[in-house]
Structures are given as C-alpha cells and as structure tokens.
Design a protein around this ligand. Structure first.
Ligand code: CUA
Length: 406
C-alpha cells in the first residue's frame, strides 16, 4: 500500500481550511444579524425558544464531532506523511478486526444520534401541541400577500358573522398563544416569522397548525419562504403584537362595517370611483361584502385584500410598502433590516382617527397610478393589482376615500 500522495494531503488541508473558514463566517454572520428581524437566533416567544433550545445543543455536539473528526484526519495526514528515507511500500499497522474499536465507533455515533432524535421528536411534539384557550387564526397564502381570518367564537368557521377577515398584518395580543392554521388559495407558500416560530408550508387544500406567541408587544417580521412565483420576494408578513387592551379594542373595531357616506365631498367622489373600479375584486364590509358571499361566489372573491379597515394597517401590498411614515426614497420599499421601519397606524389601529398628516401618500398614490410598476405581478391573470389608468383626480379622490377606512 502506498502512503498518501502529496496531492491528497494538500487537498485535505485545503478542504479542512475551507470548511473552517465557512463555518466561522456562518457563526460571525449569525452574531452580526442577531438584532435583525429575520434572524432565527433571537427567539421572542415560547415556540421559537424551544427551537433555540434544540438548536444550540445539536449544533454544539455537531461542532465537537466536526473538530474531532477533521482534526484527527489532519493530524494523521501530517503525522504519516511521506518522508525521505522511509519505504514507500511499508504497510501501516491494520486495525481491521479489532472488536472493541469497531463496537466503540458504532455505538458512540448511535448514542449521539439517538440523543438528538429524542430531543428533536420531543420538540416537534411540543411545537404541535395545541395551546389551550388560544386565538384561532387561519392564514391563507395568496399571490402575493397573506390573508388572515380570525375565528373569534372558536366554532371552527372562519367566515361567520362574528369573525374577522383581514390581510397583510397579523394583529395578536402579546403574551397570549395564537393557534394559526396555514393554507393557500393558489400555490404553495410558506409562513415564517423567525422571531416567533419555525417555517410552516401553506399548501392549497391542506390545513397545517402553527403556534405563535410573542412575549412582548412589537413588530415581528417574516418572509414567504417557498418560491411562489413572480413576487415571491415581495411577499412579506408582519405580526403586530399589542397589549391585550389594544387587542380587544382592535377586535371590536374590526367587527364594525364601513361604507357610510363620507362627509368630505372628495372622499364621497372617491367612494363612487371605488365602487365602479375597485369593488370587483376588493371587499369593504358594508358596501359589497354581501355580493362576495353569493353562491356561486364571483370569480375574483377573496383574491384581493379586504379593505374595510385598511388604515388600521401600517403597511400594504404584501407588507412591502409603508402606509404611514417612515417612507423610503421615491416611495420604494424600506429595507426590511430596519425593524422600526414598519409604518405606525397610531390610534387608527384600534379604530381611532386616521393621522392623515402621516399617511404615506406618495407611495399609496404611486400604487394606484400603476401598481404593476411597483411590484411584479400578473394582473391580466388575476394575480395582483392591475393598472386601472386612473386620472390624477380619481387618485386624489380614492386616497381621500381610503383614508376614511379606519
Ligand atoms: Cu409566497 Cu413565496
């Protein structure tokens, strides 16, 4: 048997160095992103916490095994390298048939894997255990936004008279468990709020459970993590955890309808424009919600966000644009790396007055002017908002009307 040729030794050292550098870069990167909204290493609730409690020991064991195995390879490569004056035909001592050694290196990995398996299975069971007295929300993926339906009376029906349909932002009370069921209205999406829990696919025709709980009030960002077409990257989610009093007020307001005649004449004109052009896809409870419940339902029912309480949301269009300040340059999306960048609806969140001075009119008007230019979509195929060729006057009227939807 030949000793290891030089090229093999060089390759071994190189690949070891490469793996160490990549591993170190990964760890440094994780720490650098620790405060950013999409890090999965900064748990903000019990589900994410239990994932973290599994991740850290498993990664630590893997790191020890990695260092020991590759260290041994490196040491042996160096120790038994070809030297001057040695016989290249010399046969090294063989360990084949040494029973204690063979039993040892079979049992040790089996024990390590068994330990990891027990921890993993226990975590999965814990994550899937339904929390008692939780709020039930059905999350439906849409190209390219999220729809949320709250079963407030827990009767298993998400479309009852006492239930809420909203979109883009999931409002939850801080410190309380929320039992989410993911599903999809078109293709496969994946729901992921890294601060609160792991990923859960949203599959058409399937209903998958996911437990969420935020320990503290705040904004928890997420991003669709299953490629779902043209604007997959523009399909974000936002969880707005609020104190329980605010949540109760939010629920109470969400159950009210809109559609009364606006007192502002410009907004009243805007309502007419909305009914003529927007009501074919969008719903405002109190205007056209009855039509959408017809059997068979209109083709477009449910493919566009319900706008009844639009101004209670801080963001719109799949949570990529702020509906309120702060505003990015030229109305472009703000970088998601900034958690504080989500628009703040202020008092409007709980049905209070809309702070019109803070509304991000630049972006909202640009969206009404030519939505497909703001976010890649297939409006002709019923996927996304079309360019309706509105006049500037119609846009002003529509914005004035939308601003009444608190
Ligand atoms: Cu929805 Cu990717």
């Amino acid at each position: 048997m030949q000793r290891l040729p030089k090229i093999v030794r060089i390759l071994a050292v190189l690949s070891f160095t490469l793996v160490v550098v990549l591993f170190a870069a990964l760890i440094v990167n994780s720490f650098q992103n620790a405060g950013k909204p999409l890090t999965s290493l900064n748990p903000q609730g019990p589900s994410a916490e239990s994932i973290q409690q599994l991740l850290i020991p498993v990664t630590s064991i893997a790191a020890v095994v990695f260092v020991l195995v590759l260290g041994a390879i490196l040491f042996i490569t160096w120790r038994y390298r070809e030297r001057k004056g040695t016989d290249p035909e010399e046969f090294p001592a063989q360990v084949h048939g040494k029973t204690p050694l063979e039993i040892g290196w079979t049992i040790l990995p089996a024990l390590i894997l068994a330990g990891i398996a027990v921890g993993t299975v226990m975590t999965i069971i814990n994550l899937n255990r339904e929390a008692p007295n939780s709020i039930n929300v059905q999350v439906a993926g849409q190209q390219w936004w999220w729809q949320y339906k709250y079963d407030l009376n827990s009767d298993g029906d998400f479309n009852g008279p006492g239930d809420i349909t909203t979109s883009t932002e999931l409002v939850i009370p801080a410190g309380k468990p929320v039992q989410v069921t993911t599903t999809s209205n078109d293709v496969i999406h994946s729901f992921w709020i890294p601060g609160l829990n792991g990923k859960k696919d949203a599959v058409p025709g399937l209903r998958s459970p996911l437990k969420l709980q935020a320990d503290e009030p705040g904004i928890y960002r997420g991003q669709c993590t299953e490629f779902c077409g043209l604007s997959h990257a523009n399909m974000r989610m936002l969880v707005r955890a609020v104190p329980s009093g605010d949540y109760e007020a939010w629920v109470k307001n969400q159950l009210t309808t809109r559609g009364g005649e606006p007192s502002d004449p410009v907004a009243a004109e805007g309502k007419k424009v909305w009914q003529a052009l927007c009501a074919q896809c969008h719903v405002i409870n109190g205007i056209n919600d009855a039509k959408m419940k017809e059997t068979p339902p209109p083709l477009v029912a449910g493919v566009a966000p319900n706008l009844t309480h639009l101004m209670t949301r801080g963001t719109f269009a799949g949570s990529i644009f702020n509906l309120y300040e702060p505003v990015g340059a030229d109305g472009q999306p703000l970088p998601m790396s900034d958690v504080a960048a989500a628009g703040d609806p202020g008092a409007a969140l709980v049905g209070g007055k809309v702070d019109t001075a803070n509304v991000n009119r630049v972006t909202l008007e640009a969206w009404l002017r030519n939505a497909p230019a703001m976010k890649p979509m297939y409006p002709q195929g019923g996927r996304g908002m079309p360019n309706l060729n509105l006049t500037e006057e119609q846009i002003d009227q529509l914005v004035a009307f939308l601003e009444t939807l608190n």
